[in-house]
Design a protein around this ligand. Structure first.
Ligand code: SAM
Ligand code: SF4
Length: 320
């Protein structure tokens, strides 16, 4: 559907849990993580009802995220059910990879089209330092598995001063022989991240070019989202950059979010949205729910204000 600023909204990111098996320093605190009560998290039936309404409103792509989405029991069946909804063309997942190794085949068989693996370093010591959990081997094993699998793969790295500065070039090298996308994402200064400093994308580009030569820009496709992609001479894969703050892409934003407790969040950096869970559980008809969702999406805010850091968003509750 088209919103008040003439943007075509066709992509929803659904957080299926606020739980996580890592504690990345820039995302979650080590202790005292607030957890939603189980009954406050949308059931799969509720998620599916909402996905059907999204599809009727013109949504074509769903991404499952979290917390860590693979911690949610029966996630494979959720993928299968979402993929079978009329109008949904693409189902993707964003995961830290800890549990992915053993689930990849089943997820792809269920219809998963695309996997985003969050990986900030290929250095075990740095990995353990960033994530505060000794899960490096499990993630690397998942990395190998998905590279060999029949689905789209994107590796997402958030470069942070003093954490993974030295690991960028090695991550880029993954795209040399593998048909995958290695993407660098600007750190958003929210929650636990506010004490860190993201490395500017311009600096990342410069260090890549120093080692691998000129980054050659590629044209965009429709559901690609905000990333800008480049090729490098001799590389099979692609390198991508997402700098939400330095280069605001709000005027082209095509997405909304559904939090694990059922709030339709219209912009990552805004509390404006719709309490879908309360409506669902109050027993309103699907037509009324659809009208409310249509109205909410139509009113999606014009742009984010991360530069003022006005929102209390926690990434692990919204899913990035
Ligand atoms: N646990 C899953 C994972 O890590 O892929 C999914 C949820 S996680 C919140 C989604 C993405 O958000 C990860 O790639 C993570 O690196 C990114 N992220 C978390 N905090 C961030 C921040 N402050 N700025 C930019 N990206 C962030
Ligand atoms: Fe968990 Fe993902 Fe946040 Fe890391 S980035 S703590 S894996 S939710």
């Amino acid at each position: 559907m088209i919103d008040q600023f003439n943007r075509k909204i066709e992509y929803v990111r659904i957080s299926v849990t606020d739980r996580c098996n890592l504690r990345c320093r820039y995302c979650m605190p080590e202790h005292g993580v607030f957890k939603l009560a189980h009954e406050d998290i949308l059931t799969f039936e509720e998620i599916l009802t909402v996905v059907k309404i999204f599809a009727a409103l013109g949504i074509r792509k769903i991404r499952l995220t979290g917390g860590e989405p693979l911690l949610r029991r029966n996630i494979v069946e959720l993928v299968r059910n979402i993929k079978s909804v009329d109008g949904i063309e693409k189902v993707a997942i964003t995961t830290n990879g800890v549990l992915l190794d053993k689930m990849v085949d089943a997820l792809i068989e269920a219809g998963l089209d695309s996997i985003n693996l969050s990986l900030d370093t290929l250095n075990k010591k740095i990995f353990n330092q960033i994530t505060r959990r000794p899960m490096f081997e499990a993630v690397v094993s998942s990395l190998h598995k998905i590279i060999a699998a029949n689905c789209e793969v994107k590796i997402n790295c958030v470069p942070i001063v003093g954490l993974n500065d030295a690991d960028i070039i090695e991550l880029v090298s993954l795209a040399r022989d593998n048909d995958i996308k290695v993407r660098f994402i600007e750190l958003m200064p929210i929650g636990c991240a506010s004490i860190y400093k993201g490395i500017p994308m311009s600096a990342i580009r410069n260090s890549i070019e120093e080692v691998y030569g000129h980054l050659m820009p590629l044209s965009k496709d429709e559901l690609q989202g905000p990333a800008e992609y480049f090729s490098l001479r001799g590389f099979v894969g692609r390198i991508g950059f997402i700098d939400a703050i330095d280069h605001k892409f709000c005027s082209h934003c095509n997405r909304v979010r559904l939090t694990s407790d059922g709030f339709l969040k219209l912009c990552l950096n805004s509390q404006i949205g719709l309490d879908v869970k309360s409506l669902l559980r109050s027993g309103v008809s699907e037509n009324i729910l659809m009208d409310e969702m249509r109205r909410a999406i139509y009113n999606k805010p014009q742009e984010h204000h991360f530069e003022n850091n006005v929102d209390k968003t926690k990434m692990y509750q919204v899913g990035g």
